[in-house]
Design a binder for this molecule. Structure first.
Ligand code: SAM
Ligand code: SF4
Length: 323
């Protein structure tokens, strides 16, 4: 089992398959994706070796992310590859869902277990202002289709921002009354590129937590491959609420995930100084050297991120790594 110096075990891998994105989220890529060099993203055989290596070291869940993962035409093959890896129990994806109705059947055929869609406002005009795309109704249609299918679990990611949703979550609560999704409010994180936006928009999730508890929301039980969200349910609501509060005390104590970038680098934390390249170990079918290298790299994992000291490492924005 992959373990670090602090006894944490890593059941969960976040695998970025591209850093390209078609949205312009204000906190992530406000000027859109910019890159003038050709990028050599992980191939399906390389992904297969990564999935096998991690699974053999105890990983049970893989989340495919980006950039926008659905921009890759071979995404269904990537989902199927992860899903068919012995030891991997759950394959999830995080997507902006811009073509969810069109993509959903292929994802389901490939065996997807869980879909997270990012929706930072349920108001179409605000959604457009945040992402640069007038796609909210289309994305909500895709969510309805996924719910009607019934197989994947559906979560919605909402980044808390002072201007849009930081103080008034009533629209979300109304939606959750009859919609069986888990809505996760994520505290805005500072990255290398967004300091000004962060300073203007960051709000703490703890106030929402207090209000939820006062309104009768109850804490749910976590399993070992769950993410860092504190989750709540309410007998009067079909939906659930999760809170991801990376600035809260002890957030990193329960860290159970590692990250691989689309360029094949291992990132021990979202906010490390650099990724550790695994590319040369991904070129052969014998995965023992790859496993040994990952194990050796684990000794560098730190106890916590340094966001409280405004140190964001080399992460200029989260499309680089997938959040
Ligand atoms: N493009 C996909 C999407 O938006 O869902 C996947 C990649 S995106 C980087 C993954 C998640 O990170 C999204 O839910 C996004 O809202 C979140 N995210 C991006 N930048 C963030 C930031 N600075 N603070 C908190 N969450 C952020
Ligand atoms: Fe793209 Fe996701 Fe970043 Fe938005 S949060 S710009 S959809 S990578």
């Amino acid at each position: 089992m992959l373990t670090d110096n602090f006894g944490r075990k890593f059941y969960y891998l976040r695998l970025s398959i591209t850093d390209v994105c078609n949205f312009r989220c204000s906190y992530c890529l406000p000027d859109g994706y910019q890159c003038d060099q050709k990028r050599d993203f992980l191939s399906v055989p390389e992904i297969k070796r990564i999935a096998n290596a991690f699974a053999q070291m105890g990983t049970e869940k893989i989340r495919i992310t980006g950039g926008e993962p659905s921009l890759r035409k071979d995404l269904p093959e990537i989902i199927a590859t992860c899903k068919q890896t012995p030891g991997i129990k759950r394959v999830a994806i995080t997507s902006n869902g811009f073509k969810l109705p069109e993509h959903l059947p292929a994802w389901l055929d490939a065996g997807i277990d869980a879909i997270n869609i990012s929706i930072d406002s349920l108001d179409p005009r605000q959604f457009n202002a945040i992402t640069g795309h007038n796609k909210l109704p289309h994305i909500l249609k895709g969510i309805d289709m996924a719910l009607a299918d019934g197989r994947p679990s559906i979560k919605v990611n909402t980044v808390l921002m002072r201007e849009y949703n930081g103080y008034d979550i009533q629209t979300y609560l109304d939606w959750l009354k009859d919609t069986p999704v888990t809505l996760r409010f994520i505290e805005l994180m500072q990255t290398g590129d967004n300091k000004k936006f962060f300073d203007a928009q960051h709000v703490q999730g703890s106030r929402i937590r207090q209000n939820l508890i006062l309104d009768g929301w109850l804490p749910a039980i976590r399993d070992r491959s769950s993410g860092p969200a504190q989750e709540f349910y309410h007998p009067d609501y079909l939906g659930r609420i999760g809170l991801i509060m990376p600035y809260s005390k002890d957030f990193c104590n329960s860290c159970n995930r590692l990250r691989i970038s689309s360029l094949g680098k291992l990132h021990l934390c979202l906010f490390t100084e650099q990724g550790l390249s695994l590319k040369e170990y991904l070129q052969q079918d014998d995965i023992e050297p790859l496993k040994a290298q990952i194990t050796a790299m684990m000794t560098d994992k730190q106890a916590t991120h340094f966001l409280h000291e405004n140190l964001t490492g080399a992460t200029t924005n989260l499309s680089m790594l997938g959040g």
